[in-house]
Write a protein that binds this ligand. Sequence first.
Ligand code: SIN
Length: 288
Amino acid sequence: MPEPDARLTATPTDGPVGAFVSGVDLSRPLDPATATALHTALGDYGVLFFRDQDITPEQHIAFAQALAPIVINRFFTPVAEHPQIAEMRKEADQKNNIGGAWHADHSYDEIPATGSILVARELPPTGGDTLFASMYAAYDSLPEATRAQIDGARALHSSRHVFGAGAAHLTDTENNDQGDRYRNPEAATQDVWHPVVIRHPISGRKALYVNPDFTVRIDGLPEDESAALLEELFAHARRPEHIYRFVWAPGSIAFWDNRATWHLALNDYHGHRRLMHRITLEGVALSG
Ligand code: SIN
């Protein structure tokens, strides 16, 4: 078995989630041993941050394909001539951003995506940071009684209210937000059950797997009790001690794991453009 690139190092952030990776040039082909090392680090840290990278869309695609097959997001407008890359864009005259609520990408899919690789293409002068929350830390710090209540439970995830026909970005006619950033509302029809607590497929650690954007109910509970328990879990998970704030700079790339983290794109740069390119990677079925 070849060794991973000897210069590759992962230095944990000073927060509960994430590590900065250095010693790898993502514009160059990734050898299989380095790809394996990145997967292991992803399972351990939840998010990998890279600085000072200079990659074209083609190199972004090649990096992603060296890690896993690409999943094309059916709801975001793709980058012209690169259907594998979703465009995450907020124009200077738009009010709402993409990803401005806590979520884990693609949890509404039966086989949820492993993670996403986000490349900064155009940044506002200040602001537009991304918050990441550790779902390992969220689970580990739950009261014993709550852990006992949710271990073995399952929850329903849906994309209908976010990307479907009645979604806010389609019905909000006051703001120039609905525009051309989303597509295929008719494809937002599937609902899927996942364990509330999963065994992470890479690390084997337990992680909380519900999120405010896409998780709509917990199985076997009356509607009001399900809503109350979900809100309790969400409020717990988004506590400051579970969160790391990533400040983007030109050349920054974040590669996160959707099973171990949530993320939220801060919307604090009105009047400026922010453009990011995202590729999402195929995952595996989740189990408790
Ligand atoms: C996303 O939610 O995938 C986008 C995050 C960001 O733009 O910072």
